[in-house]
Design a protein. Sequence first.
Lengths: 197, 197
Amino acid sequence: MSLALDTAAQDLLFREAHTANTFTDEPVSDEQIQAIYDLVKLAPTAFNQSPLRITLVRSPEARERLVQQLAEGNRAKTRTAPLTAILAVDLDFHERLPELFPAAPGIKDAFFSELEAREKAGTFNATLQAGYFILGIRAAGLAAGPMTGFDFDGVNKEFFGDGKQKALVVINIGRAGADAFYPRSPRLSYADAVTTV
Amino acid sequence: MSLALDTAAQDLLFREAHTANTFTDEPVSDEQIQAIYDLVKLAPTAFNQSPLRITLVRSPEARERLVQQLAEGNRAKTRTAPLTAILAVDLDFHERLPELFPAAPGIKDAFFSELEAREKAGTFNATLQAGYFILGIRAAGLAAGPMTGFDFDGVNKEFFGDGKQKALVVINIGRAGADAFYPRSPRLSYADAVTTV
């Protein structure tokens, strides 16, 4: 069964792409991140709520503050990555809903007046967007190194002191360097992951 | 700034793809879903934990049980979709970790002996996989209609009575029918979504 997506695109996004653990020193520009963002922003979220926010950690001072919050095993590779991004959910995403979902501006108050509802929906939809963004990094010909091995409270305190965002994942971004990839681990078979009722 | 991904693939996955609200009656085969799964299973999760499970709801009896749990506005389109899938997190994903992450089989017990830790990590990583799967549906030339407007407890009770899975999103899958798409709503600008520190 062949897919509509051409084989080269399948390879770029999935088959030949791997999580990178080393990087070259080639910089990643704001223009590259914008090209990625402007593509993946089009993928769907519920009510178009678009709760993902991205912090590009570029200054040496901010980079070191981030590294200090990472698990030991994630520090060296992050210090040498040309760019590291914090992906977070905006817990006040509802403020933009009247503009983002003009078909029903009332959902801002009907569904999202409570922080608990915003955190649940926002975290789910921002995480979908994180998945789109990881594939978007690959679409730019770059390698992604997503990490959840960090002190979430520490990152939130260092970077989102006002409490309006919560970190979901930290991603190193760049050109894969020498010995960047671990061997691909086995995936669950279709029969193990998919059931029909 | 051009991306490495060819324009036709960008259009198929993002620019010309839209959430579908009507479908033709052309069936969606297990072979199509397997082709999608076998591509998107390659995208990354933490420790390769691969916690996403997919239930294809095909029998008329199961379809109607699902429809009864949906918000009113999601029922008619789901009844006419050729296929509907429930995407869920497997809260016992850690049982497969020694096989899925052979580099460090000890993480099963070191990190995931507690249900709370499994639910947090599993929900995050299965949601990333849901994002990959939505793009995979589009890679197959099909349209996706993801929905979170349903009774989560009700779906879990009807379909995951043993408590081992928790539903994340329900997705209609098929060829887009007549008047399938709403006009695309505006997205947040790069400057609104991305900050540099």
